[in-house]
Write a protein that binds this ligand. Structure first.
Ligand SMILES: Nc1ncnc2c1ncn2[C@@H]1O[C@H](COP(=O)(O)OP(=O)(O)OP(=O)(O)O)[C@@H](O)[C@H]1O
Length: 230
């Protein structure tokens, strides 16, 4: 199944070629071929258990396919050692996941700084980028706060700031409005619209039609098959 997206001139940020994922005897991901181009805003929808998280973990280089090829800007990454994959992931991909991957023992600023681990930046530059990114997402007043004391929306914003500060190429979001009230969810979707307008590529996994409606492309997972809906 090919899901073409966006412009064809530059190599895709992420490209899957005949990618499958098995757990034991079960093929959770059927062969998927997908190009995610720079500037895409792709929503991946589907029922619970259809394979969305499995797909997101592969797109995020958190998991390796059972067969097929994953490439980042044209470079196949499946056979690279973990440390090389981690370095590519760190500079290319930002995550806004349910668990947030934020460290409660650190401040919002320090959490955002951690996203620049693979950038080799001097401390002062990391700090100034972190503060600018927190400002961008409307969280300057929470810069010293621990994620433990934050609302769900603030934690989402901190994760988005972390990706912005690291200047990643693509942001992967898993149910970004899942635990949020509708006004907070809308403000996160507005922020996604804004950072997408600034050039960030977005991939959002969602159950929500409202979230999918914001995306330029929608792909639907059904029992491990990915099909383009629009
Ligand atoms: N590590 C694993 N070992 C065995 N089976 C797994 C594993 N991870 C996922 N699965 C199975 O793969 C299928 C797809 O799971 P996945 O979490 O990708 O679905 P999903 O669409 O993200 O679901 P949800 O929307 O509920 O999060 C499910 O049947 C699940 O039980």
């Amino acid at each position: 199944m090919t899901v073409p997206t966006g412009h064809a001139e530059t190599p895709p940020v992420l490209q899957l070629r005949d990618v499958t994922r098995r757990f034991g005897d079960v093929e959770v991901l059927k062969p998927v071929t997908l190009d995610v181009q720079v500037g895409d805003y792709l929503a991946i929808c589907g029922a619970s258990g259809s394979g969305k998280s499995t797909m997101l973990n592969i797109l995020g280089l958190l998991d390796r396919p059972s067969s097929g090829t994953v490439s980042v800007f044209g470079e196949p990454v499946d056979t690279l050692p973990d440390h090389r994959r981690a370095a590519i992931r760190g500079r290319t991909i930002g995550f806004v996941f349910q668990a947030f991957h934020l460290i409660n023992a650190k401040s919002a600023t320090e959490n955002v700084e951690l996203g620049m681990l693979y950038r080799g930046l001097p401390r002062v530059e990391r700090r100034s980028r972190a503060l600018a990114a927190l400002d961008r997402v409307g969280l300057s007043h929470r810069r010293d706060a621990s994620p433990a004391t934050m609302s769900g929306g603030e934690r989402q914003r901190t994760a988005i700031a972390r990706a912005l500060a690291a200047r990643v190429d693509v942001l992967l979001a898993d149910e970004p409005t899942g635990n949020l009230d509708s006004a907070t969810g809308e403000s996160i979707l507005q922020l996604f619209d804004d950072v997408h307008a600034d050039g960030l590529t977005l991939i959002v996994v969602t159950h929500s039609d409202e979230v999918a409606a914001r995306a330029g492309r929608v792909a639907v997972m059904t029992d491990g098959h990915l099909a383009v809906a629009r």
